[in-house]
Design a protein. Structure first.
Length: 404
């Protein structure tokens, strides 16, 4: 039976992002995954989730945000659908019972690999919570690109066929759902075909980003730029820009930033909160131990003692100037250049969050060059069409006036 998605309005203001790491297990062993410590043993007990919820809902003075996003991640979150359903039921009951300011101003959010999206238990949960639900399925594009990285744990088999079969069902539940595509060094040659393929599947919004880790090889940026320029040609020539969006093309990127006016931190670490299976709190998931290669976990509290504001304080002082090298501050194409606070911490020479990783620098600059190509071409096309329309109107007016 078809289910229409209805989104209730959010209250005005910011939304707090609170993440439950319900499991560290996953069916996949994606080659670019930053979760280096995935395992099948660490699963969140319900009592831990309940303790976190009780602490959060009873400390509204610490969490004054107008709305909240309750996020569930793994590993693969839907491996723990029964636990998640129980957690969500408890959240709804408690927010109502406490007359909490988040009641009816919340979302349950998931990013899933899509393998078990079709299973009855998952579908029951979706239809039960559809009015407060956001789910994104990760599919990397064509089968060649997807299967290059997104493989099954154990046998190394590609997962494309098992994911793509669930896309129609997902789009039925979430007609405006977007997907997230990750780019790493080896799959650059397949970007253009992959984005067009996702559009052909009926996915209208594609968020795409390069991995933040230092994996980039000599010449990757040139190949990356070529792929994006070819993609720009296809999108504009076919008129796909009218109905489809790719996040790599944005008219606000590639400009200098005046640090006196634009000094915000790109990342939301410290403003978010993550909870693991033992009840520890983190400034975001990337600071949990299973996300870190070379550093120790950065714990800012737990469900028993609450949040230690002294351990959280460094994140509240983060901005562009406090962590960026001079070349980034003076960069002529600084706008749109992203960073991950967890990767900054993991890649730093010392255990600090104030050393910005610049591994993505050349890829950002390549994106900016392609982005400029896209907008120049689109503006030329629109200008030509406007000129033709204007001349047509002038001709019609002239013809009309001849009869008057």
């Amino acid at each position: 039976m078809s289910q229409q998605t209805i989104f209730l309005p959010w209250q005005e203001g910011s939304a707090k992002s609170i993440t439950f790491i319900v499991t560290k297990d996953c069916q996949l062993a994606c080659k670019y995954c930053y979760l280096v410590g995935k395992n099948s043993k660490e699963r969140m007990p319900f009592e831990i989730a309940k303790g976190a919820i009780d602490y959060i809902l009873h400390h509204e003075e610490i969490f004054p945000d107008e709305s909240v996003v309750w996020e569930f991640i793994g590993g693969e979150p839907f491996l723990e659908i029964e636990l998640i359903d129980k957690i969500c039921d408890y959240l709804k009951i408690e927010m109502y019972r406490l007359n909490h300011h988040w009641f009816n101003s919340y979302r349950f959010s998931f990013s899933t690999n899509g393998i078990n999206y079709h299973e009855p238990r998952v579908q029951e949960f979706i239809h039960k919570n559809i009015n407060h639900l956001s789910i994104g399925i990760t599919i990397d594009g064509t089968q060649k690109k997807h299967d290059l990285n997104r493989i099954y744990k154990g046998n190394g088999k590609g997962t494309y066929e098992d994911v793509v079969k669930n896309i129609p069902l997902w789009l039925r539940d979430f007609p405006y759902g977007g997907t997230k595509v990750t780019v790493s060094s080896k799959d650059i040659p397949y970007i253009k075909d992959s984005i067009l393929h996702l559009f052909s599947l009926g996915i209208h919004e594609v968020s795409i980003n390069c991995v933040f880790e230092n994996v980039w090889q000599e010449g990757d940026d040139i190949l990356f730029e070529d792929q994006l320029c070819d993609l720009a040609d296809e999108i504009i020539d076919l008129g796909l820009n009218e109905d489809y969006q790719c996040s790599f093309f944005n008219d606000q990127i590639g400009k200098p930033l005046d640090p006196t006016l634009f000094n915000q931190n790109w990342c939301g670490a410290g403003k978010m909160l993550s909870i693991d299976a033992t009840g520890n709190f983190y400034p975001c998931t990337r600071f949990a131990q299973y996300s870190l290669r070379d550093k120790h976990a950065w714990i800012v509290g737990n469900i028993y003692d609450g949040i230690d504001q002294n351990k959280l304080r460094p994140f509240l002082t983060l901005d562009r100037l406090t962590q960026s090298p001079d070349k980034c501050i003076k960069c002529e194409v600084a706008s749109g250049c992203a960073w991950c606070q967890g990767e900054n911490y993991d890649a730093a020479d010392t255990p600090t969050i104030y050393q910005r990783s610049t591994a993505i620098c050349k890829m950002h600059k390549a994106r900016v060059r392609a982005n400029n190509y896209y907008w120049n071409k689109l503006h030329r096309k629109l200008g030509i069409e406007e000129e033709k329309t204007s001349k047509h109107k002038e001709s019609m007016c002239s013809e009309y006036n001849s009869y008057c």
